[in-house]
Design a protein around this ligand. Structure first.
Ligand SMILES: [Zn+2]
Ligand SMILES: [Zn+2]
Length: 319
């Protein structure tokens, strides 16, 4: 069984606004958790937006109660600030017992660590990357790659009894400026639950055929939904070419790939709780798939590709 938790669901920049507190103001961070043979939960994290900060606090406490593996991965879709800004404040970086595998795209021609290092340089930041106590390993991922996460939480080309099998797809500009982004299909080989993560993508009329093929037969599609149709083609402030999708585009990709669950994600920072509630009412119960709005604290647990538990595990910044 795999659990999926949302720590940041907002795109572009964090928002601190009481009208957005229910869905949450943190930028993208999602974690998958699965229990290994030793009885530890192994985190696989997608993106290091500001949602990574409260996740880090949670993980620190779970290390001390021996619930979470101290070896884990962060897979980056790309390195725009809303997907990296939480890393500088990620508590596990201050523990020498942690080993973190940082994975990002080949197109940048450098591994993620080199780029994160450039973000942590005095005088613009007080701590340097090299001074972080965690052990950091770097991996470069490419389009079409398939790899495993082993029982110890380490990425590996192939292993017996993998915890997860990860498929990688890269889309290039104009899907998302400038180097595109990586999208992931994460499969739990024990029960074949497949979760596809596709954000920071501008789909197309008729659907994004590569995404539809990539997500074909999966159970869950977490998809970029930055805009409404009206915003996308607003004659005064059109956002075509900005690298993000509308709800209609996400729905089209979900329908054509045949997933069971569509989870809208990477919300517009101008869309408040009431607005997102109206979006939910407009689209839920209208399709063959379930339409489940993501929010900070949402936890979904899957068995054989079906949600068997939905819980609220909201983890704020305060203890
Ligand atoms: Zn983004
Ligand atoms: Zn981006």
């Amino acid at each position: 069984m795999v659990s999926l938790q949302f720590y940041g669901v907002r795109g572009s920049h964090p928002v601190a606004d009481a009208k957005m507190a229910r869905y949450g103001g943190n930028t993208p961070c999602v974690v998958l958790l699965k229990t290994n043979r030793a009885g530890l939960k192994v985190p696989v994290i997608l993106d290091a937006g500001s949602g990574l900060i409260p996740l880090g606090y949670c993980m620190a406490s779970k290390f001390f109660t021996h619930e979470y593996s101290q070896i884990f991965s962060i897979m980056f879709t790309h390195l725009h600030p809303d997907h990296t800004e939480g890393f500088n404040f990620f508590t596990p970086n201050f523990f020498s017992f942690c080993t973190i595998y940082l994975m990002g795209m080949q197109t940048l021609k450098r591994h993620v660590g080199i780029i994160l290092k450039e973000k942590m340089v005095p005088p613009t930041f007080p701590i340097e990357y090299k001074d972080l106590k965690s052990n950091k390993e770097h991996r470069i991922l490419h389009d079409g790659q398939v790899f495993h996460i082993d029982q110890n939480g380490r990425p590996s080309a192939k292993t017996d009894q993998p915890l997860f099998i990860i498929h990688v797809m890269q889309a290039f500009a104009p899907s998302h400026p400038q180097q595109g982004a990586l999208y992931y299909k994460i499969v739990d080989p024990d029960d074949n639950t497949a979760i596809v993560c596709v954000w920071d993508i501008e789909s197309h009329i008729g659907g994004d055929v590569r995404v539809i093929n990539f997500a074909q037969g999966a159970d869950v599609l977490i998809h970029d939904t930055m805009y409404t149709d009206e915003e996308y083609v607003n004659p005064k402030t059109p956002v075509q070419g900005f690298g993000h999708s509308t709800y209609s585009m996400a729905i089209e990709n979900a329908e054509k790939s045949g997933v069971k669950y569509l989870i809208p994600f990477h919300y517009n920072p101008r869309h408040n709780d009431d607005f997102l509630d109206a979006v939910r009412k407009k689209y839920q119960n209208k399709h063959a798939f379930s339409f489940i709005m993501s929010y900070e604290g949402l936890e979904l647990t899957f068995d054989k590709g079906n949600i068997i538990r939905q819980a609220d595990v909201k983890q704020g910044f305060s203890p």
